[in-house]
Design a protein around this ligand. Sequence first.
Ligand code: TXA
Ligand code: MG
Length: 347
Amino acid sequence: MNTKIWDLRQEHQTTEELDALKEMKRIFENDGLIALPTETVYGLGADARNEQAIHKVYEAKGRPSDNPLIVHIHTLDQLEAFTSGITEEIKKLMKAFWPGPISFILPLKKGYLCHSVSGGLDSIAVRMPSHPIGRRILQFVDLPIAAPSANLSGRPSPTTFDHVYRDLNGRVDGIVNGDQSEVGLESTVLDCTQFPFRIARPGSVTQSMIEDIIPNCITTQGTLDIDKPIAPGMKYKHYAPDTPVKIIEVLNQPPSSDKDWSKTAFILPRSKQNLVPDEATFIALCKDEQDIKTANHKLYQILHQLDQDEHIEQAYILGFPINDQTTAIMNRMMKAADQVIVKGEKL
Ligand code: TXA
Ligand code: MG
């Protein structure tokens, strides 16, 4: 398949942009797939009403088809056709965080979206992204667009055009270049089909941010155990690069100097760079251990980088103590490391 590439970074309200948007709309209306930028990660978009298009999404990603997709919208008016039970609490959260990096699982009103977009469940995950280019596309095509992360199943999520291109060129109709995703981790998924709500996947919109809007609205039963699969997608191995990654629990002293570190990468805050053995590769995750925003933004880019660098055969990444802000990144790190944690003094 010939994959069309659009670069809309410099185009705003130009005829080039309009032509591109028209072509995208035609593609979506004819069962096509387009990877587009969002502020969390790039998504692989398809018309959520079209069974054949959704089938192609699962096929292009190599993803099991019982794993439900997130539907992307640009205006609240679109919700009426396929969701029900949107309470005042949910409206408050939408108002506070949309457009933005949180998806709400809502009761599904049947008949409008195709069956397999929800994996046969009675609920549907919905998100209104804020990325300016992603948003313009959603506005112009004015369709509910189902979009899982635009990576091959089991690979780290894509946060740049190059990541998407490497995984999906030749497998999809088009890819839109929209720079590096600002947030860098997939959206928070909040299950609102029951009260109290449940965080099905932690993200950059944290529990305390949600509870600042509606106090005591989240049950943490089961959700703080980041090893336990909660959202259906979490039961599959996810996010892992080919290069083996291990998490270091705490690192206060340089690792043993007797070992050959020449093919090892250390992914640490810049404030810990002095602990990296001379012959190892240092990759800066963020400024210091408080700089979670940068760590979120860069994690997947670094995981992709490990696989691009043939020189690196293994990597250690410094974990963060679990708290409200670090739950999401630790969840992704644990998956990348296949749950392997080592103690710094054992290195
Ligand atoms: O940031 C994001 O959320 C990105 C961008 C592209 O929007 N999308 C994304 O989609 O990460 P995906 O398909 O890779 O992950 C969707 C997650 C999966 O863990 C899935 O199981 C869960 O949301 N999910 C979707 N619908 C659900 C439902 N009805 N009930 C429970 N979990 C659901
Ligand atoms: Mg994904």
